[in-house]
Design a protein. Structure first.
Length: 173
């Protein structure tokens, strides 16, 4: 921005304001994003992809949790991702859901989709930065948030502070 200010009684002085914008470069870039129809073949392909070295261990309780959602008909679109590094694609997100889907033994759900994101990653260290973006703990549903969702369904309770409403429900339960 360029402007003038008075320097003394009648002497204008020009000034320049320089705004420096620093853009952080996380070391990964989204190169493709698409919605795909979920099929058993695609779930098998994704399960069998080479895992990122950042991938967590396969957790039986997490698989059981997803299987219970499948059995209850509560599955929604999955968010899977891959990363291109060193000329190959590795699985970044979707290990548990693709494994669970492949274990359903003939009861594969129909009508579901997969949101597939593909990234280009500069270095192995950047894989860890990308991995941390999925299922961020700060974005997870808290007990207060979940109870607030049900509270919001009842007109008479909408203006009650959520923390107090949650304590009241826990006291009755």
């Amino acid at each position: 921005m360029i402007g003038t200010i008075a320097d003394g009684p009648l002497q204008p002085v020009r000034y320049t304001v320089v705004t420096m914008v620093t853009q952080l470069q996380p070391g990964y870039r989204l190169i493709n994003s698409e919605v795909k129809t979920l099929t058993k073949e695609f779930a098998e392909y994704f399960r069998d992809l080479e895992p990122s070295p950042t991938e967590r261990e396969l957790n039986p309780s997490r698989l059981a949790h997803l299987r219970a959602k499948a059995n209850a008909g509560q599955l929604i679109t999955f968010h899977w991702s891959t990363a291109q590094i060193g000329g190959k694609a590795v699985r970044m997100n979707g290990q548990h859901s693709s494994n669970m889907l492949c274990e359903l033994n003939g009861t594969f759900p129909s009508g579901l989709k997969v949101h597939l994101d593909e990234y280009q990653v500069d270095t192995p260290d950047c894989l860890a930065i990308l991995f941390r973006q999925f299922d961020d703990r700060k974005s997870g549903r808290s007990p207060s948030g979940v109870s607030g969702a049900y509270q919001g369904l009842h007109e008479a309770l909408r203006n009650v502070p959520r923390a107090f409403a949650k304590i009241g429900v826990e006291g009755v339960a």
